[in-house]
Design a binder for this molecule. Structure first.
Ligand SMILES: *Cc1c(COP(=O)(O)O)cnc(C)c1O
Length: 397
């Protein structure tokens, strides 16, 4: 059993707004694939800050980047250039089809920027077109505009009136998407794997079809890679596994390897903000950019992504065997963003029971387990995860 959080914290925690049900645990340390609670109990972490800790907890390269950069320069203000910010923008552009970058602090903020950029482009180049097509079950963030863009049913009644101008279409349905396009449409925005929806991949024909529709109707293609970017799906960006050239891409989560930084990237043609349109106090601060540079240089080492592919293959094989043995459902996803279908309503219980045994998993739906480990995971951790699930399913049977 896990040790409950100590009495002082138990009282003080009431001062936090209760925005999500949290287990009665307080983590005090993280190293690599493990988190440790107040009593020192270790938990194998396959959530990793919600697909954020690309290199695991507190890796040496991030500690070093934070230490070195904090001794050098923390924040000169967004009104000035700084070296880590320039280097990071150049690296991201060198490894993608994009030409210019705006840095922000969260995925939602990057997506908010993408929505603004598309609307700006519509004003400048498409007679004021402003509507953006987004998809059912999609997730783009929790600011008012990004909640409005999001296709989660649970968001629909919240915080009305929402930001208007988002047309929702069923995912993977090209004909319905084409029908939704009108004179006022400026962009199509999607995740190539819908993470929060339960790791649902866009079909390749659908993605190619969307790219063709964008060309045909002069629309911007916006790819939300907040969850799929930075090698999570095996390539640096998920769009690189499709023969497409998006106009705008957003990054978050894995970019900072645990620290808050996100990015809005655009091609020269789409990058059309005027002075004053976009900004933010912390944008491009050298401390966070230095960390992102350290994450990227690690991920771009020649043997890093091939290892992600190998571990992905191994993990999928083990999950497939588990699924066969216990009569579970399909395995989905790419790289190290994977999901396993469980019988209805089982997933949250499995998450709770696994946590008691010291393994942290996530259930984005009541019948789906999601795995988003650090990208440097090895067979040892994968085996431990499978053993834990196997034990739980055995005792349930
Ligand atoms: C997590 C996520 C976001 C929101 O990012 P935050 O940093 O939580 O604001 C947006 N889009 C996708 C696809 C995500 O997975």
């Amino acid at each position: 059993m896990s040790t409950p959080i100590d009495p002082t914290l138990a009282i003080q925690k009431e001062h936090l707004m209760p925005i999500t049900p949290r287990p009665d645990i307080c983590f005090t340390k993280g190293k690599g694939h493990y988190l440790y609670d107040q009593s020192g109990k270790a938990y194998l972490d396959l959530m990793q800050g919600w697909a954020v800790n690309t290199l695991g907890h507190s890796p040496d390269v991030i500690q070093k980047a934070l230490l070195d950069q904090s001794a050098q320069l923390i924040n000169p203000s967004p009104a000035f250039f700084n070296k880590p910010m320039i280097n990071l923008a150049a690296t991201l552009c060198a490894h993608s089809v994009f030409d210019q970058v705006f840095f922000a602090n969260s995925g939602a903020e990057a997506n908010e920027g993408a929505i603004k950029l598309a609307r700006k482009w519509g004003q400048k180049h498409k007679s004021g077109a402003f509507k953006i097509i987004t998809f059912a079950q999609s997730f783009h963030g929790r600011t008012l505009a990004t909640m409005s863009a999001t296709g989660k049913d649970a968001f629909a009644p919240l915080f009305e009136p929402k930001v208007s101008g988002f047309t929702k279409v069923p995912f993977n349905q090209l004909a319905a998407t084409e029908q939704a396009i009108d004179e006022q449409t400026v962009a199509i925005m999607l995740e190539l794997i819908q993470g929060e929806a339960g790791v649902i991949s866009a079909d390749s024909e659908f993605v190619l079809g969307l790219a063709a529709l964008c060309k045909q109707h002069n629309l911007l293609l916006i790819i939300d890679e907040v969850q799929t970017g930075i090698a999570r799906t095996g390539s640096l960006f998920a769009y690189q596994q499709f023969d497409i050239q998006p106009d705008i891409m957003t990054l978050g989560k894995g970019l900072g390897g645990g620290v808050p930084i996100s990015a809005l990237l655009a091609t020269k043609q789409a990058s059309c903000f005027d002075y004053g349109d976009q900004g933010g106090t912390f944008n491009g601060n050298p401390l966070m950019c230095a960390v992102a540079n350290a994450v990227l240089s690690t991920v771009l080492e020649p043997d890093f992504m091939p290892k992600v592919a190998l571990m992905s293959q191994y993990f999928q094989q083990q999950l497939t065997a588990l699924s066969k043995k216990f009569n579970l459902g399909e395995i989905r996803g790419k790289g190290l963003l994977l999901a396993l279908e469980t019988p209805q309503h089982c997933a949250p219980d499995l998450v709770t029971q696994a946590r008691e045994q010291g393994v942290l998993l996530n259930a984005p739906r009541e019948h789906t387990l999601r795995f988003m480990p650090a990208l440097n995971i090895t067979q040892t951790e994968i085996d431990r995860c499978i053993d834990c699930l196997s034990g739980l399913l055995n005792s349930a049977a």
